[in-house]
Design a protein around this ligand. Structure first.
Ligand code: ANZ
Ligand code: ZN
Length: 846
């Protein structure tokens, strides 16, 4: 039968699968229930890497599993092929980003074909094809009609190296996510999607995902959206007609607000400074210049010494009429809340630091020593270790200790609020403010609108035309797509404005409304727009009449299992959830969450460290694939541990995996019984092991315990080998049964080996479509033992019984045995000794 040769198996089965297309989903007339199993689509930079091998391996295990369970499984693949890396690589090498991108796609495709995830290749898509990005433009127009896409001028994150705008999410600790440069701010008019309108729903709907998404991801989404509740409070400003509104989470501390702070880079600060003396104006301007160079992270740090400028203006505290000096200071951000705060130094650490730095008054309004119901007080101990009663605690004075009193307590120095707990005081003060029209309950979010325009070439052109007469004019749907002009002749080097603007023939168009000379918007879309809805495009990727088919979405969506890296825990998932909700509101979808269940694979590391080229410890997908073959690689990844955990490549053994596969494969060639052999005649112990695996594997796979399933397969293969070598031999029906089940389950991890085993066992391809065998319940009862029944010292029967059988039960079975009854005949039983579960001794007398 030859030796196990993974390369030969790969060469043999790929063309067969191409011919059979066993993984084609949604064939006409198909009536099976459906599952949609999706991996995050790859970005085509270079070849696939080990992260892809892992994620796509796991996703494929799930897809194959559901096919065996009788589902019509949609498991598509495509490429997220627009984006900055392609453009940067192209600039560096002087080639067209298109050529670079599509060459990489071809390379990745070749690797994927070898690796053989069970993709429905007929649905392949590339986001950089006009056939795809037309629908990005369509989506943009729908959002524009609804006012969800809009343009505004503002300060944006700017990477001086990439010369492009970055979304907040792409700024990591003040640095560009892609190149590591320090990010600065730049004033630009940009396109945004109003994701903040969906903040509440994006947050509340996370409750539905709890349990089926990793809790870490749910928490990251929650924090990113960052909802806080409190109040908006309005302050009169001396010398200004309009009041200033501040957002506070602690309106209960309003009597302790002793000054106001505005963000130096807000319009309000500029206006207030403009109304002050020349001296103040100069000092403010100098301060503003220095603040502009700082990152938000630095500005919010509690570690840095506080800086600021007194604007020589005053606000009036609405509850006690006190004058509050107004300062500009960098720890207040322009784009959070209202860009201005009421400072309560006694109870807020940053306000206290600021007050102490500039000699501003500190007034305690919450007695944090006073007991509050529902709050467990921190009991302090004196030197003898005895508890100090709260009333005996010395009065703490934040002004001298420098520590703000952030805890719970009872209100003091607060007029009508005195004696109330925090929550009651919040309720009361909001009532008071509402009665006087000076405030109301309010929520605030950390989430910002999604900045979607980029001044780069390799992306979807924004379908807007700017006309001097008519202003912003959306490109009529019938004129889509707005094709990306050829890169030839364009200078792609970043310079702060889009390279598309230099494509004169492309940029100059007639205004769709008035027919006059107009220009196209030259920005391109953030590629997160492309990936925010691609899972819908897979449903009908070749339909050139619509973005996606609502009826198909009804059939397949939401995605049952999404698999991908935790690096997409915030952005991609948040944007996909947002677009799904928008499409729901527009009436295109009947559901509001796109991904029912989420699995994040861990990372492949080497010797405990993350791989990097510079460390020289890279595990290359291509070389591992070449050395061990797809099946051994996949089994290695599945066997390495829980999928969420990192895999240290130094700890795993693809060689061991290959040996296991060879062992399983050899057995399938040794089986001598025919497919219609009577299973019941087989070795009972081996049969029990086979059926227990059939019974256990489904819940193990559904809980992503792939490593346990592989371990159980290894155990089964070893047991099969024992029966062949030292038991009844290869003709035993149980050997065939075990080998068939091994092939079927191995299809989840090693499709080539499984398919070949299936053929050697006498069947037609494809094993991938074989229905999951039903476990025989009779074989699932716990381990059984053989009990011996003796009559007058002679063995008269052997009974297969549970090891937990009771003495009475065993005696009953013994007496009921035909052989035993025959041996006893007409004689009288004088004594029965039972040693459950092994022996029954019966003594008789004539
Ligand atoms: C008075 C106060 C008293 C506050 C107190 C806190 C404690 P989160 O929970 O993150 O939403 N704040 C409001 N706008 C701000 C801005 N633009 N830049 C910096 N800080 C700002 O924080 C809300 C609190 O952060 C608000 O409640 C406000 O300070 C501050 F004992 O108001 B607080
Ligand atoms: Zn016009």
């Amino acid at each position: 039968a030859g030796a196990y040769d993974f390369a030969a198996l790969q060469a043999k089965w790929l063309p067969v699968w191409d011919e059979l297309e066993p993984f084609r989903a949604g064939r006409p007339g198909e009536t099976k229930p459906r599952k949609y199993i999706l991996d995050m689509f790859p970005y085509p930079s270079g070849d696939l890497h080990m992260g892809h091998a892992e994620a796509f391996g796991y996703g494929d295990t799930v897809a194959r599993y559901w096919r065996h369970q009788g589902f019509d499984v949609l498991h598509p693949v495509g490429w997220d092929s627009f984006g900055l890396p392609a453009e940067n690589a192209a600039i560096k090498r002087g080639i067209d980003p298109r050529a670079w991108t599509y060459e990489n796609i071809e390379q990745q495709k070749r690797s994927f074909r070898q690796y053989a995830p069970s993709f429905d290749w007929s649905r392949e898509l590339h986001t950089s094809d006009p056939e795809y990005y037309t629908w990005n433009q369509w989506l943009f127009l729908k959002l524009y009609e609804k006012g969800i896409a809009y343009r505004k001028a503002g300060l944006v994150n700017w990477c001086p190296n990439d010369q492009t705008v970055l979304a907040n999410e792409q700024v990591v600790d003040g640095h560009c996510e892609r190149c590591g440069y320090v990010v600065t701010k730049k004033a630009l008019t940009q396109w945004y999607f109003r994701v903040t309108d969906y903040a509440d729903r994006l947050l509340d709907d996370l409750n539905q995902l709890e349990g089926s998404w990793p809790s870490k991801v749910v928490t990251m989404q929650r924090n990113w959206i960052g909802r806080s509740s409190g109040a908006d409070v309005e302050f009169e400003i001396e010398g200004r007609d309009e009041r200033v509104t501040v957002f506070t989470t602690r309106p209960d501390t309003l009597y302790g607000a002793t000054f106001m702070v505005v963000a130096p880079d807000s319009e309000l600060a500029a206006e207030l400074a403009a109304g002050a003396s020349a001296d103040v104006r100069t000092r403010f301007q100098d301060y503003l210049d220095s603040v502009r160079a700082e990152s938000d992270i630095d500005r919010l740090s509690t570690e840095r010494p506080k800086t600021g400028v007194f604007l020589d203006r005053y606000a009036v505290n609405p509850v006690n009429g006190e004058r509050m000096p107004i300062w500009a200071a960098d720890y207040v951000l322009a784009d959070y809340g209202h860009g201005a705060i009421m400072a309560v130094p006694a109870h807020d650490q940053r306000d206290l630091d600021f007050a102490r730095a500039f000699g501003l008054p500190v007034r305690v309004v919450v007695d944090t020593n006073a007991p509050v119901t529902g709050v467990i007080p921190v009991i302090q101990l004196d030197e003898q270790g005895d508890p100090i009663l709260p009333e005996d605690l010395p009065a703490v004075d934040p002004a001298s200790t420098g520590i703000a009193l952030a805890g719970e307590g009872r209100l003091v120095n607060s007029g009508p609020l005195d004696g109330l707990s925090k929550s009651n005081a919040i309720r009361r003060v909001i009532e008071l403010l509402e009665q006087r029209g000076l405030g109301r309950a309010a929520k605030n979010f950390r989430l910002r609108d999604w900045l979607i325009s980029r001044q780069r070439y390799w992306g979807t052109p924004i379908p807007i035309i700017h006309c001097a007469e008519c202003g912003e004019v959306p490109v009529p749907e019938a004129d889509l797509p707005v094709r990306l002009p050829d890169a030839a002749g364009l200078d792609l080097k970043p310079k702060g404005s889009s390279p598309l603007g230099a494509a004169e023939d492309w940029a100059n168009v007639a205004c769709p409304t008035c027919g006059g000379a107009a220009r196209r918007d030259s920005d391109t879309m953030d590629t997160f727009v492309d990936s925010s809805w691609y899972y819908l495009r897979y449903l009908n990727p070749n339909d050139d009449t619509k973005a996606f088919d609502t009826a198909e979405a009804e059939k397949w969506m939401p995605v049952d299992q999404y698999v991908g890296g935790v690096e997409h825990a915030i952005l991609h998932l948040l944007y996909s959830r947002f677009i799904t909700k928008v499409l729901f509101d527009l009436g295109y979808l009947s559901f509001t969450e796109p991904f029912t269940s989420l699995l994040n694979q861990g990372m492949v590391i080497m010797d405990g460290t993350k791989m990097s080229k510079s460390k020289g410890n890279l595990v290359e997908f291509a070389s591992e694939l070449g050395a061990h073959g797809a099946d051994a690689l996949r089994v290695t990844l599945a066997f390495a541990g829980p999928p969420e955990d990192d895999i240290d490549w130094a700890d795993v053994s693809p060689v061991g995996a290959a040996k296991f596969l060879a062992r399983a494969w050899r057995i399938s060639g040794e089986v001598t019984s025919s497919p219609d052999v009577e299973w019941k005649t087989g070795d009972a112990a081996l049969r029990r092991m086979t059926h227990r695996l059939l019974a256990d594997a489904p819940s193990l796979v559904e809980a992503f315990k792939f490593n346990v399933v592989v371990a159980r397969l290894m155990e089964l293969v070893n047991a099969t080998r024992k029966v062949i070598d030292s038991g009844a031999g290869p003709a035993d029906a149980a050997v065939r049964e075990a080998s068939e089940v091994t092939a079927m389950i191995l299809d989840l991890f090693a499709p080539y080996t499984a398919e070949d085993m299936w053929e050697r066992l006498g069947y037609q391809p494809s094993v991938a479509l074989v229905a999951w065998r039903k476990a025989d319940p009779a074989l699932l009862v716990e381990e059984s033992v053989t009990a011996i029944v003796q009559v007058d010292g002679k063995v008269r029967d052997r009974l297969v019984v549970s090891p937990k059988i009771s003495g009475e039960e065993l005696e009953g079975l013994a007496r009921a045995s035909a052989g035993v009854a025959r041996a006893i005949g007409e004689r009288e039983i004088v004594n029965v000794i039972v040693r459950a579960p092994r022996i029954v001794n019966i003594a008789t007398r004539a």
